[in-house]
Design a protein around this ligand. Sequence first.
Ligand code: FAD
Length: 117
Amino acid sequence: KLGNETLKAELGRAAWKVLHTTMARFPDKPTADESEALGQYLHLFARLYPCGECAEHFQKVLKKYPPQTSSRSSAAAWACFVHNIVNERKGKPIFDCANIGDFYDCGCADEEKEAIS
Ligand code: FAD
């Protein structure tokens, strides 16, 4: 069966969006359990990613560069870095990870503020 590059790219954009937004919402000071959960999530994300060729490559990337899960900023920087490895492989522009700050917004109301309103 022929691949469909349009669908593969659409899947990729959606998946990266979820991944980077997850990092942007990860705690600044995670508990050991939260860090462990993120590490497991990322390994399973790589293993179960629906594009087989992508999953195979991304699992190798994770092996070489294990997920950084000790804080929000280290997790976000790690995700930006590994996305750039995929960008490089595809001949795409490298994203400036210094600009990742407010780029990924979940659009969800702040949960603490919501609780008192
Ligand atoms: P995308 O790479 O999808 O990025 C979407 C947007 O994210 C960009 O427009 C930009 O605003 C932002 N962005 C770009 N770089 C970064 C960064 N480093 N950090 C944060 N934000 C950034 N495709 C293949 O053909 N072969 C593969 O092996 C492959 N492996 C993949 C592995 C994974 C885990 C994922 C999620 C996707 C993979 N893809 C692969 C899909 C590929 O990475 C792209 O998603 C797809 O080609 C569409 O590219 P795009 O140019 O629209 O931007």
